[in-house]
Design a protein around this ligand. Sequence first.
Ligand SMILES: N[C@@H](CCC(=O)N[C@@H](CS)C(=O)NCC(=O)O)C(=O)O
Length: 285
Amino acid sequence: MVRRAAKILQLYNHPLSFMCQIVRLCLVEKGLSWRRTTVDIGPGLEAFDPWFVKLNPAMELPVLCDRERVVTGTEAICRYLDGAFDGPLLDHRGEAQAWIDLVDRLPVALLTAARFPRLALRHLRRQFHRLEDRAAVNPDLAGLYNAKAIEIDRLARDLSSPDRIVAVERQLEVTLDRAEAALAHRPFLTGEHFTLADVFWAVLLARLALLGHGRLWAEGRRPGLAAYWARLQVRPSLTQAGVRSRLSPRDIAWIALRSRWSGFLRLVFASALAVAGVLLWKAYA
Ligand SMILES: N[C@@H](CCC(=O)N[C@@H](CS)C(=O)NCC(=O)O)C(=O)O
């Protein structure tokens, strides 16, 4: 039975996460309301906290809770939202599924990390050590932590392999070529209507633009894709869902406040406030 959510949906979310942006866009396009809980998958490494591991043993965002029901996996969450609630049907079958699979097969985490390799490798190293520490003090979850550590190690190896990066960039070009061919004669990936395939692709193109890959459809290169991206960008849902094609000053502040330097930055901020307070007090006393 299809029903409308009355603030009962809860999304475990991170504002910058690629997959969370897909789910948020899906929620907005469906016209659903939801509550969000931020899980710091950046320096806080909160996805490795035992409470979260029990919620999602894959230690990944997003996670959607609909009362007692826990749904994990971006595609599964979107399918669930589309099937269980009213609002426009986004449709994920047939051709739409093939377009979703193409995004799914792209290693977006690796593409993102490859843009900031040193930063990413440092983060992966911290993740690896945190997983070791967690496994040592949570023997009941050690199997999961060890499996995750293997995954992290694989990503670090991929990131350190120039051949692998070239192969992924080639895969990206081929994927974009397929979209270009389809978009030459239709406004959206599967035809006249915006579907779940376009939800995935809107967030993919936004991420590519953010990473500086916008040139892949600029200056006459892939004009169909360029027109499609322009069409997507004017949809209010992208802004409402916080789909990022560039980092805002707020994002940068958010990242800085959660970075290794956050303690230092807070100290600087508190000191500046204290000095301003003393100056004001002196001026008016
Ligand atoms: N297969 C998962 C992948 C989810 C995923 O990769 N999530 C990333 C954020 S976009 C994550 O949570 N990473 C955890 C971490 O980096 O610690 C899905 O479809 O939802």
